[in-house]
Design a binder for this molecule. Structure first.
Ligand SMILES: Cc1cc2nc3c(=O)[nH]c(=O)nc-3n(C[C@H](O)[C@H](O)[C@H](O)COP(=O)(O)O)c2cc1C
Length: 187
């Protein structure tokens, strides 16, 4: 995660390619119900303000606020409900929202986020995924996002500042040894 950015803009063609590749993540039933709302320039102020993230980062990691782009990955459950009602998928009860043991719309949206984080690194940019804890629905309404569509957090994108250094929990917590998390044959 990058938490200090320069104010350098991301060229539109670089951003377009990142987002086009990021959305090519695995997609359950190839439902493709993940959307991105991309905020830059004047549209950033409202995001920072409404979510309270502006105030939070100003007091903790102000370098985040220089990120020129925020991407909101959004999951549309309706696309999955409709897809899993089609003839090749029907019969599992998944036409009903309540029967989804794992909400694949959130799985898919998370996979696009990871793609975006990795692609940013590969292209020499930095990225930060962070949660939206305040007024998420108010933000989405203001952005015209349909009522059933869900947010899964935000991704800041930009170029890493020279002073960027590892911050956050990995600087205070050790990485858990693999043997405690990888279980062979049984937990
Ligand atoms: C679900 C989730 C929520 C996160 N929320 C935040 C956040 O609100 N603010 C933040 O600075 N980082 C956030 N992170 C980033 C984690 O702190 C970070 O991934 C973790 O500490 C490991 O650091 P690394 O990704 O730099 O290796 C979040 C990560 C995940 C997966």
């Amino acid at each position: 995660m990058t938490r200090s950015y320069t104010s350098q803009a991301i060229a539109p063609e670089v951003l377009d390619e990142l987002l086009d590749l990021a959305r090519r993540a695995p997609s359950a039933g190839f439902s493709q119900g993940v959307h991105f709302v991309v905020l830059s320039g004047d549209s950033l102020a409202g995001f920072w303000d409404v979510t309270g993230a502006g105030e939070w980062f100003a007091g903790t990691q102000p370098g985040v606020l220089r990120a020129p782009v925020i991407v909101l990955p959004l999951a549309d459950p309706g696309a999955y409900i409709a897809r899993y009602a089609e003839s090749d998928k029907a019969g599992r009860g998944l036409e009903d929202h309540a029967n989804w043991e794992v909400p694949f719309w959130l799985t898919d949206a998370s996979m696009t986020v990871q793609n975006l984080l990795l692609l940013a690194e590969e292209r020499g940019l930095g990225a930060l995924y962070f949660g939206i804890f305040r007024n998420a629905r108010r933000l989405l309404d203001a952005l015209g996002v349909p009522a059933q569509v869900l947010q899964v957090g935000a991704v800041a994108l930009g170029y890493r500042a020279a002073d960027d250094a590892p911050t956050g929990s990995p600087t205070t917590r050790a990485r858990t040894p693999s043997g405690q998390l990888v279980h062979h044959a049984h937990w």
